[in-house]
Ligand binder design. Structure first.
Ligand code: PEP
Ligand code: MN
Length: 345
């Protein structure tokens, strides 16, 4: 259920509603809109009804949220959420580009890539230090050493860094080094991990699970939001289908659908979505054309030698080309913005 306050409702009126809800053992989450404040209520509907909140001063209406996700829904938070990461904003009109290797392999490697992707126009740096590999015998990442190199690369370039947290126990360490915590596709339904990142204030890049529906994905975002962390960025990275020519099927339907259902920003990972560098640029262009708030792409100076995901990694030259092409798509999109954003109405 949500309580929509009247335009100009006073602070005391909002507080009265919150106090009544909390007095009944319900949890109240405030969304301060430009015009109106909305209070999201988590707890049984019957208990909310007993409070007759509609009769209170400042209350416009009390209504159910039809989706199973509440705090992630547009009903609760009508305007787009913008997640601030250093000087970048994810969720605004300009697509944010996150680039870097699948894995941090050495200090020199990450520094070289960081400088190169920044020069090409990236806004943030990615790099895995703890890798969720299908085989236990494959390179598992450099661990904390990798995080230290990422932090050095941030210092050297000013780019905020994104890296995957694989388990709850590693969270305190990750918080020291990264600007965005990535929750990998395989961990999208690791509820204790979602709760743990929800108890921090660090931005979270929540990847869609390999075979998760959009609803399941938004429910995972809900876990993070319900713990109090509003800084969630969704990431579409392809889902598993019967198709074999690509590693996954990049589900660009997700971009307008989740933008309609939710206020959270959504970025697209075409690298994991297709699994083959040849197809990354067209799908990066398509993601931006669909209205994605950003891209996260794998880049390596020498893909055949990469310790993970070389097949899908762009060379530095290809990345430069991608940035140029995507910028042109973004410019074109601005000109047709009325149709591009029709899903929000
Ligand atoms: C990655 O970003 O390198 C990664 C492992 O992604 P995903 O969890 O989407 O497979
Ligand atoms: Mn990868």
């Amino acid at each position: 259920m949500i309580v929509v306050m009247r335009e100009g409702a006073r602070e005391e009126e909002i507080q009265t509603v919150v106090n009544l809800l909390e007095g009944k053992g319900l949890s109240a989450h405030i969304s301060q809109g430009v015009e109106k404040t909305v209070i999201g209520i988590i707890g049984p509907k019957e208990r909310v009804r007993e409070l007759s909140l509609e009769a209170l001063p400042g209350v416009e209406k009390v209504m159910p949220v039809s989706n199973p996700f509440k705090l992630a829904s547009r009903a609760f938070h009508p305007q787009d959420t913008m997640v601030q990461v250093g000087s970048c904003v994810v969720g605004g009109a300009d697509p944010v580009i996150i680039a870097g290797p699948c894995s941090v392999e050495s200090k020199d490697q990450i520094l070289e890539i960081a400088h190169a992707v920044r020069a090409a126009g990236a806004h943030m740096l990615r790099g895995g230090a703890f890798k969720p590999r299908t085989s236990p015998y494959s390179f598992q990442g450099l661990g904390e050493e990798g995080l230290k190199y990422l932090a050095l690369a941030r210092e050297a370039t000013g780019l905020p860094v994104v890296s995957e947290v694989m388990e709850t126990e590693a969270l305190p360490m990750m918080l020291e080094y990264v600007d965005i915590l990535q929750i990998g596709a395989r961990n999208m339904q690791n509820y204790p991990l979602l709760r743990a990142v929800g108890r921090t204030n660090k931005p979270v890049l929540l990847k869609r699970g390999l075979s998760a529906t959009m609803e399941e994905w938004l429910m995972s975002a809900e876990y993070i939001l319900a713990e109090g962390n509003p800084n969630v960025i969704l990431c579409e990275r392809g889902i598993r289908t019967f198709e074999k020519y690509t590693r996954n099927t990049l589900d660009l339907n997700a971009v307008p659908v989740v933008q309609h259902l939710s206020h959270l920003p959504v970025v697209v990972d075409p690298s994991h979505g297709v699994g083959n560098a040849r197809y990354v640029i067209p799908m990066a262009r398509a993601a931006v054309a669909a209205g994605a708030h950003g891209l996260i792409v794998e880049v390596h100076p020498n893909p055949p030698e990469a310790l993970s995901d070389g097949d899908q990694s762009l060379t530095l030259e290809a990345f430069e080309q991608m940035v140029r092409e995507v910028a042109r798509v973004a410019r074109a999109l601005n000109e047709v913005a009325d149709t591009a954003y029709a899903h929000k109405s």
